[in-house]
Design a protein around this ligand. Structure first.
Ligand SMILES: [Zn+2]
Length: 382
């Protein structure tokens, strides 16, 4: 595939963005991908922010590998209690879409069927369909409530004989090579009066998403609005809920003029570039002051936390451990560096902790760690 053209509008007017990087990268399931390349670009004609390299050439084959087998849904946090991602997705769907007027559903990228099972436990008498080219389909086949499982990528399926009242996808559109084609396919399969419901990680809230190798589109609210118009859809409802962005779309036969979200998206790129660079500068500063007593830990196993020592070219043997209190990280190490909880600071005699968490949470982590007898390092963000 030609990586010099925009996958949505075929323009060759592309601008390079941060970071021009090759080496170890992180996938959306936090698995390591070696010898990968990031060539993030913004299209000046349609505003799309995309990785022209990454796993684009591999396409959906990337997800057929054993290590990308769908896992159980991750835990998500809100202020007071733990809420599973499935519960949160259902809650938002129920808030933004009138489910009383609909009866058939297709989930694209249904994984192991966690969402569909939850949906059927709340709502009865719907016709449930699932599409999942990945290994999760084995689990889907055993769920009684699902009447049909399509086992190929959406773009290898011809026009299906039926249309659906509701087509949903959670964290899928950012993975496909052409997000416009993905929406157009859905528009074709949407029944009259039907709704497309999408959840996507909101790039404007996740600076570290620059480094996520299989998020081929860095999706923003502005891009989604533009793609919707191009696909003959309109956005009925859109909610930015910290990291996830939720949108309900419906068909719109009126011809709208395409907007170009280039300027808004460029602002987001510049802000995220500044944030990532501040994190890396702060980490390098800490490392330059290294002495014989120094013992380093990195707080946070997000993509940013994982990429920091790699991007800054610091030997991994100089990091004693990662610290993370989010139980959704099911593995025990990052690049062979163990992940421990906070008590490791005292036990291992850590002298310096680098805080690598989203700017949304940084103040809370600083407050928590200030009880520990360590030097804290983090960027001063404006
Ligand atoms: Zn374009």
């Amino acid at each position: 595939m030609n990586n010099k053209i925009c996958p949505v509008c075929s323009s060759t007017n592309l601008e390079d963005c941060f970071p021009d990087y090759s080496g170890t990268c992180i996938a959306s399931n936090f698995k390591t991908v070696e010898n990968a390349s990031l060539k993030i670009k913004i299209c000046t004609e349609c505003g799309l922010i995309f990785n022209s390299k990454g796993i684009r050439a591999e396409g959906s084959n990337f997800y057929l590998k054993e290590k990308f087998k769908p896992r159980a849904a991750l835990t998500f946090f809100n202020k007071s209690k733990k809420v599973s991602r499935t519960e949160l997705n259902f809650k938002k769907l129920n808030e933004l879409v009138d489910l009383n007027t609909k009866r058939s559903l297709l989930e694209l990228g249904a994984g192991k069927g966690d969402f569909l099972k939850y949906f059927c436990s709340k709502i009865n008498d719907w016709e449930i369909n699932a599409l999942e080219p990945n290994m999760g389909q084995r689990d889907l086949l055993s769920i009684n409530e699902i009447s049909k499982v399509y086992q190929t990528p959406y773009n290898e399926l011809d026009l299906l004989p039926k249309k659906f009242d509701l087509i949903i996808s959670f964290s899928v559109i950012e993975h496909v090579n052409n997000p416009l084609d993905f929406l157009q396919w859905q528009a074709k399969h949407l029944a009259e009066g039907g709704t497309i419901f999408i959840e996507v990680p909101n790039f404007s809230m996740i600076p570290g998403d620059f480094f996520c190798i299989d998020h081929l589109t860095k999706m923003t609210k502005y891009s989604l609005e533009n793609l919707a118009i191009r696909a003959g859809l309109t956005i009925e409802n859109i909610v930015e809920d910290k990291v996830p962005l939720y949108a309900a779309l419906k068909k719109d036969p009126t011809k709208k003029i395409n907007t170009n979200p280039y300027a808004q998206n460029l602002k987001i790129i510049n802000k995220n570039t500044e944030i990532c660079s501040s994190f890396f500068d702060s980490f390098t500063d800490m490392y330059l002051k290294k002495n014989s007593e120094s013992k380093y830990a990195i707080f946070g196993c997000s993509t940013l936390g994982r990429m920091t020592p790699k991007y800054c070219n610091v030997p991994l043997s100089d990091i004693a451990c990662y610290i993370d209190e989010d139980s959704s990280h099911q593995e025990k190490d990052v690049f062979g560096i163990p992940i421990y909880n906070r008590s490791a600071i005292k036990k291992l005699g850590i002298t310096d902790v680098f805080i690598a968490v989203s700017p949304l949470y940084i103040d809370a982590v600083i407050a928590k760690l200030s009880e520990e007898n360590v030097n804290l390092h983090y960027p001063k963000l404006s």
